[in-house]
Design a protein around this ligand. Sequence first.
Ligand code: SF4
Length: 100
Amino acid sequence: MEALLMSTQKQLAVTDKLYRNRYKVDEDSHLWIKDPKMCLKCPFDFACVRVCPTDVYKWEENMITITYDACVECGACRIACYDIGWKNPKGGFGISYKYG
Ligand code: SF4
């Protein structure tokens, strides 16, 4: 059974796999920019935009926008930039993975 599951997963694109996740979205974001002025002269060449696998961060009209409800809680952005505020979603909220 496990081999069949792994075989099926290999055939799916990342976007297909993301559709299989379940989200319970909190009205309060668990992500924020600590100092938005720092983004205007980002020392990391917009690392948050580049590292996020689900395109949560976008540079629009001279500011970073955050679509926090798409976050898969991988933690990459908090490593890429110290200006990202990140906390675990409140209990029961956030993502749950169907296949681990
Ligand atoms: Fe994107 Fe991962 Fe950061 Fe969530 S934790 S915003 S998925 S890089």
